[in-house]
Design a protein around this ligand. Sequence first.
Ligand SMILES: [Ca+2]
Ligand SMILES: [Ca+2]
Ligand SMILES: [Ca+2]
Ligand SMILES: [Ca+2]
Length: 281
Amino acid sequence: SCVWLTIFALFRGLAFILLVLHPVCGDVSYSMPEEMKRGSVIGNIAKDLGLDLGRLSARKARIDTEDNSVKYCGVNLNTGELIVQERIDREGLCAKKTSCVLKQELVLENPLELHRVSIRVQDINDNSPQFKEESLKFEIHESADKGARFLLDEAHDGDIGENAVQGYSLQQNDHFKLNVNTKAGGRKYGELVLDKELDREDKKEIMLLLTAFDGGSPQRSGTVVIHVTVLDANDNVPVFRESPDCCLMEQSPSPALISLLITQMLTAQELYAALTTMTHT
Ligand SMILES: [Ca+2]
Ligand SMILES: [Ca+2]
Ligand SMILES: [Ca+2]
Ligand SMILES: [Ca+2]
């Protein structure tokens, strides 16, 4: 293809000069998984470009980069193989981009020759889903209705496609179930749905384990603790140990208690405690 470009250039005055100064010859592309060990063979570049193996050394064959960035690969001058020289981390290079192509150049001298080398870096499942927070805290009134929903923080996974977060699961429990939704763009997130009403007098705190998993092979997962604090609602009528008639008749509530009742929303327990104290003094 190098020859073809030169002939083509003969018909294009200026282009010809440019090509003589920077002769760009045939391009070659490879595909490989990220995180391969240093020294791993990507392909035989001499063979793929039809270069004379015996002259690689004399022609100072080497890998270069357009902008002096990292030389991720090197050429074995004896075998003509393109080998991994630096760690190729897809997440570091391309983050969430679906296509990750590494561009390098093979340079030869006498005569000067330049070949573009594109390496398509495939994702491997080397990251686990992770939640930002150590625990997800919720305060839910015991009066919350069945069906009430609570949005859960999504888990993040550096990988892409199937290797990213595919779903969530919630530890078996008496009160909540999990609803998993998909955002535009395919990202998954969960919602806690109240399935059986809460009762603070029965359970004040509920701890649940939420697991996020990816679709890689082998599969990876990450967990977070959901910490639910059940808030009180005034859903209990004060109960007296003795007949209320005897006590309230004998001693009516003190002005302090009355003002307390007016200014504050007392819980059933607090009211009971206050009344009990009164009846015993
Ligand atoms: Ca990686
Ligand atoms: Ca990866
Ligand atoms: Ca993953
Ligand atoms: Ca209550």
